[in-house]
Design a protein. Structure first.
Length: 257
C-alpha cells in the first residue's frame, strides 16, 4: 500500500493586497500552522490570492469598451466594460449565450469569461461592484517564484500549484484545475505500463496536476471559507520540472471546438 495523501488547509491566511510578498506570507503561514516542509511536499494556492498580490485588479469605470465589446455584450447580455476585458484577455471567443462567454484564454486554455472574477474582490476605492480580478499574467512564472522562495526558506525541494475553478464540457458544476505549476508533473504518462492483468496501457495519461487541484479545491471551498492555500504530502508521483503547457490539448485534437 502506498503512503497516504494528506491535504491540510492553512488557517488564518491574511487578506492579500497588491504588492504583498506572497512567498513570505505563505512561509509564515506554514510555520504558524505547525507544518515543516519536507522534500516532495506541494503547496497548492488559489489563483485569486496570486492575482491580488500581483495587482491584477481592474476597476470597470476605467475601461472603455470597443465596438466589438459593445456588440458582444448585447448578444451575451453582459456589461460592455467587462466584455472588453474578456476580449483583451482572450485569443478568441468560441461560444456565447446570455450570461456567459466561452473563450480561448491568451494562456491557452478554454474557460468562461476569461477567468475574470467579481466574487471576493475589493478594490482600494470606489464602488466594490466595479472591481474585477484578472488571472495572473504568467501563472507558471508565479508558481516558480513562490516555489523558489519556499525552497530557499526550507532548504528542501517542493512543488507549487496555482489553481482556479473551471466548468467542463458535458458536465455541470465547476472543479478545481491547475493553471500554473512549478516542480510538479502536470501530466503523467502511463503508456507502456502494465495493468493488473498484464495488459499494456496504450493511451493512458493522467492529468495529475488537475487531480490534485480538484482535491485541494474541495478543501478550499468556493465562498467565504477563507482557506486559499493547501499543503499536500504524499503525492504519488515523483516531482519534476513541468509547465501548464503539458495539459493543453492541441486545437486539432479538440473535438469540442
Amino acid at each position: 500500500m502506498g503512503a497516504p495523501l494528506v491535504l491540510t488547509p492553512l488557517q488564518d491566511i491574511p487578506l492579500i493586497r497588491p504588492g504583498d510578498d506572497l512567498g513570505e506570507i505563505l512561509w509564515r503561514a506554514l510555520l504558524e500552522n505547525g507544518i515543516v516542509l519536507r522534500a516532495g511536499d506541494i503547496v497548492v494556492i488559489a489563483q485569486k490570492i496570486v492575482s491580488k498580490s500581483e495587482g491584477r485588479l481592474v476597476n470597470l469605470s476605467e475601461v472603455t469598451p470597443s465596438p466589438r465589446a459593445v456588440e458582444l455584450a448585447r448578444l451575451a447580455d453582459k456589461d460592455e466594460r467587462f466584455v472588453e476585458l474578456v476580449l483583451r484577455e482572450s485569443r478568441q471567443v468560441l461560444r456565447h449565450r446570455p450570461g456567459t462567454l466561452i473563450v480561448e484564454h491568451r494562456l491557452g486554455f478554454v474557460c468562461a469569461n476569461a477567468g475574470i472574477d467579481h466574487s471576493n474582490v475589493e478594490g482600494p476605492y470606489g464602488n466594490p461592484e466595479e472591481w474585477v480580478l484578472l488571472l495572473p499574467e504568467n501563472p507558471d512564472a508565479s508558481a516558480q517564484r513562490i516555489r523558489k522562495h519556499l525552497e530557499q526558506r526550507s532548504g528542501v525541494a517542493i512543488g507549487v500549484l496555482i489553481i482556479d475553478s473551471h466548468g467542463r464540457a458535458w458536465r455541470l458544476g465547476t472543479v478545481g484545475v491547475c493553471i500554473g505549476v512549478a516542480g510538479v508533473p502536470a501530466l503523467v504518462d502511463l503508456r507502456g505500463h502494465a495493468d493488473l492483468f498484464g495488459y499494456q496501457l496504450r493511451v493512458t495519461q493522467v492529468a495529475a496536476a488537475d487531480e490534485l487541484a480538484a482535491a485541494a479545491s474541495l478543501i478550499m471551498g468556493q465562498a467565504d471559507e477563507g482557506t486559499p492555500v493547501v499543503h499536500v504530502r504524499g503525492f504519488p508521483y515523483p516531482l519534476r520540472e513541468s509547465s501548464f503547457s503539458e495539459l493543453r490539448r492541441p486545437e486539432e485534437q479538440d473535438l469540442f471546438r
